[in-house]
Design a protein around this ligand. Structure first.
Ligand SMILES: *Cc1c(COP(=O)(O)O)cnc(C)c1O
Length: 401
């Protein structure tokens, strides 16, 4: 008896995360997709491929399982898994940009995204304009019809937790014939699905919440059904399909996720829904505690009514996430807090089960100093993890003194 692969498109989010692309193994019934740690596949006569697999850069069954699951949870038509979030971004930008083109990037984009755009694509003749995406009129002004080929959205932003109105910016990009990209790393598809709001492609650092356990680096692109290359660009396979171009580039430049990394990421994805519920609940408790603390001068959390992006966030997200940022008034105090926490670990990255604390101005965003993306030096960023929230609050209390 052979099982017919299930179509999970009508199922709920958690069901898709656990089952889409992950049918029990046809040969053994193993309920978890095996780690196909293999580079090549026996052909039944020249060109006689089993399941389309010929070489693991081009395709690997464990990676396929992850790609199908990611497409299902984001509501996209196809997904592509990469060795890191930046490898995914690089492949995307190479597929859609040519020398002389222009890209609009958020003023508080992830530092690595900004470095890629300015210092890798800049020398190849791609120009960029940093814009505060919470101001849609500023986006309209920055877009140069005919020359702007990509509008890059990140929401909530890292580390300032700014909010951009995805649907409003989709309309601006569409009118200009540009591709609308959303970096959905902070929100995750559980809280926000940009493709449903009109985005062409979603970017993830799966290193963060999707992997969720701080044990794997990875990235992904998820493409909307029917998404096209920027107006006027023909893809390498002679079509204008964005997914076709990305499939070509993923294989042609080869920055793929390996089988074990894909397997770990898939393992993390299965529990994303329950993890995010707890991340959101604990982050709100922590943010409220900080807001009432005399040593804290400002708390940024999109779940607060007074956050300037709160209304938009409430409309386009089903929860406000696990990231909280706060200021202490001066950098010395911020350094002291970072040095004194015991449950929050001082480290870069985010989205894992363990709580992390960092000082963006000196750590993740140090390379932004002096640029349009500079962050306040006393800003502390928290990735609120899954420990008991009482322990997290007590830890911040003792660290703040
Ligand atoms: C970490 C991160 C990236 C880059 O991903 P890597 O997996 O580190 O290459 C991109 N965007 C955001 C928002 C991130 O937090």
């Amino acid at each position: 008896m052979t099982d017919i692969p299930q179509d999970w498109t009508t199922s709920g989010f958690a069901t898709r995360a656990i089952h889409a692309g992950q049918d029990p193994d046809a040969a053994t019934g193993a309920v978890v997709p095996p780690i196909h740690q293999v580079s090549t596949y026996k052909q039944d006569g020249v060109g006689g491929l089993r399941g389309g697999y010929e070489y693991s850069r081009s395709g690997n069954p464990t990676r396929t399982a992850l790609e199908e699951a990611l497409a299902a949870v984001e509501g996209g038509a196809r997904a592509f898994a990469f060795a890191s979030g930046l490898a995914a971004e690089d492949t995307l930008l190479r597929a859609v940009l040519r020398p002389g083109d222009h890209i609009v990037v958020p003023t508080d984009a992830y530092g690595g995204t900004y470095r890629l755009v300015t210092r890798v694509f800049g020398p190849w003749g791609v120009e960029h304009t940093p814009v505060d995406l919470s101001d849609v009129d500023a986006v309209v002004e920055a877009v140069e019809p005919g020359r702007t080929k990509v509008v890059w959205v990140e929401t909530p932003t890292n580390p300032l937790l700014g909010i951009a109105d995805i649907a409003a910016i989709v309309a601006v990009a569409r009118a200009a014939g540009a591709v609308l990209v959303v970096d959905n790393t902070f929100a995750t598809p559980y809280l926000q699905r940009p493709i449903e709001l009109g985005a062409d492609v979603v970017v993830h650092s799966t290193t963060k919440y999707i992997g969720g356990h701080s044990d794997v680096v990875g990235g992904a692109l998820v493409v909307a059904d029917g998404a096209q290359l920027p107006v006027g660009l023909e893809g390498p396979t002679g079509t204008t399909s964005l997914a076709d171009a990305l499939a070509f580039h993923q294989n042609a430049s080869g920055a793929i996720a390996g089988p074990f990394d894909a397997w770990l990421t898939l393992r993390g994805l299965k529990t994303l829904a329950v993890r995010m519920d707890r991340h959101c609940a604990s982050a709100l408790t922590v943010a409220r505690y900080l807001a009432g603390h005399s040593a804290v001068t400002e708390v940024r959390y999109p779940g607060f009514d007074e956050h300037p992006g709160h209304e938009v966030a409430a409309r386009q997200m089903s929860g406000f996430g696990g990231m909280v940022a706060f200021r202490t008034g001066d950098v010395e105090k911020a350094l002291e807090v970072c040095a004194r926490t015991k449950v929050f670990t001082l480290a870069e990255s985010l989205g894992g089960v363990e709580s992390l604390i960092e000082l963006p101005g000196r750590m993740t965003h140090a390379s932004m100093a002096g640029s349009a993306l500079e962050v306040p030096d006393d800003l502390v960023r928290l990735s609120v993890g899954l420990e008991d929230v009482a322990d997290l609050v007590a830890d911040l209390g003792q660290a703040l003194g």
